[in-house]
Design a protein around this ligand. Structure first.
Ligand code: SAH
Ligand code: SF4
Length: 399
């Protein structure tokens, strides 16, 4: 691999050749659902719990890709399982590796019955010196149309299932060879952290995201601690408390503006859940403390939201909330109407916030050469007409 060039390892196969799976996969089922599935294929009730436990271990500790690997399960049982079920993950159709080591996978999923053959979604791995972060998608596309985000220009096609969300973690571990214990600078895993910051608004797909994250954080399985999982939302207020209560992961808020007028434009969901309500939900977030701060993401848009007055107002707004601020240099994409703030303006902004007592790291753009950086993900080039886009937006705002 030449370190200076991005490369595609898996050739992208044409969409027409996609064959949807004939049998359901076990990936993404809770333990109770796993027991039910075993019941359906004739496993007697007294055995179900023990079998489910065995399968759980093979799937989520060992990363088994085939029932034949499950050597402590009887041959007959393995044959019955294989007759009805699979342990398949989403199909990897392309893998790109950035010059900086970031990897992006394009995954293909069944369409969900809308007449299309298949859908595609992206997932990104970002290695750093002290951690390895996997950025996971929750939807194909997004209904919310934030004006600076590439994903928002894509038609929302559908929510991902819990299996497709867990499947992204499985694929990443497969491709990185991250199942077996190994010595890395960060302990024994390459993927140490998960961020729900890929395509889609996770809190508009709450149940599947919750079920998936409970599997990913289960310490008898994949075992990534909830403190190392961060869910980013553009501000779906009613589901913020549920995130704390039912999932218990770290919260990130895509703030991006400190006045409703501007936020209405950048993050249109603000018209439904304005700043005051959003910040109150943050104050009430279950489990937030100085040790477990809420991250406020703030994209730096030149001449739009990057003045020192904005910084001042930001500090005022966050008073009383255990917060850290993450400044994100705007990542341009084809056709975007914004520019990234100048570097010295970002530094001044960051310094102001730092002097006010907040940690204010600037997120280093990663994987820009393969369009893997924040807000650049987009799995299909199709653009919506203004009318279609408004219709989708109205749908999202009224539910
Ligand atoms: N839908 C969720 C999570 C996915 S976006 C959300 O909006 O929070 C992950 C982060 O990337 C968000 O903070 C989002 O606002 C930011 N982002 C989107 N487009 C961007 C761009 N072009 N440049 C930099 N950050 C961007
Ligand atoms: Fe959707 Fe998040 Fe992009 Fe907004 S920033 S369009 S909520 S993915």
């Amino acid at each position: 691999m030449t370190p200076s060039a991005a490369s595609a390892l898996v050739e992208k196969t044409p969409l027409e050749t996609y064959v949807p799976p004939a049998k359901p996969s076990l990936i993404g089922l809770s333990r109770a659902q796993l027991c039910d599935r075993l019941g359906e294929i004739g496993v007697a009730p007294p055995q179900r719990k023990m079998r489910a436990q065995q399968l759980w271990h093979w799937l989520y500790v060992r990363g088994a890709r085939d029932f034949s690997e499950m050597t402590n399960v009887s041959k007959e049982m393995r044959a019955t399982l294989a007759e009805h079920l699979t342990v398949d993950r989403p199909e990897v159709v392309a893998e790109q590796i950035s010059a900086d080591g970031t990897r992006k996978w394009l995954l293909r999923l069944p369409s969900g019955g809308d007449g299309q053959k298949a859908h595609e979604v992206e997932c990104v791995y970002i290695p750093e010196t002290d951690r390895g972060t996997l950025c996971v998608s929750s939807q194909v596309g997004c209904t919310l149309n934030c004006s600076f985000c590439h994903t928002g220009t894509q038609r929302l096609v559908r929510n991902l299932t819990a299996g497709e969300i867990v499947g992204q973690v499985m694929v990443a571990r497969d491709r990185l060879g991250d199942w077996i214990d190994r010595e890395t600078p960060n302990g024994n895993r390459l993927i140490t952290n998960i961020v729900m910051m890929g395509m889609g608004e996770p809190l508009y797909n709450f149940d599947a995201v919750r079920d998936a994250l409970l599997i990913v954080s289960d310490n008898e399985g994949i075992g990534i601690s909830r403190r190392r999982i961060t869910l980013s939302t553009s501000g779906v207020v009613p589901n913020i408390k549920r995130t704390g209560d039912e999932i218990g992961v770290m919260l990130a808020i895509s703030l991006h503006a400190v006045r409703d007028e501007l936020r209405d434009e950048l993050v249109p969901l603000n018209r439904k859940y304005p700043l005051k309500e959003l910040l109150q939900a943050c104050r009430d977030y279950p489990g937030a403390s100085n040790a477990r701060r809420i991250t406020f993401e703030y994209v730096m848009l030149k001449g739009v939201n990057d003045s020192l007055d904005d910084a001042r107002r930001l500090v005022q707004l966050l008073k009383g909330i255990p917060a850290k601020i993450n400044l994100i240099p705007f990542n341009p994409w084809p056709g975007s109407k914004y520019e990234c703030s100048d570097w010295d303006q970002i530094e001044k902004f960051s310094e102001y916030i730092f002097n006010a007592g907040y940690s204010s790291p600037v997120r280093t753009p990663r994987g820009r050469d393969i369009l893997a950086a924040c807000g650049q993900l987009k799995s299909e080039t199709e653009k919506l007409s203004v009318r279609e886009r408004n219709a989708l937006r109205a749908m999202a705002m009224t539910d």
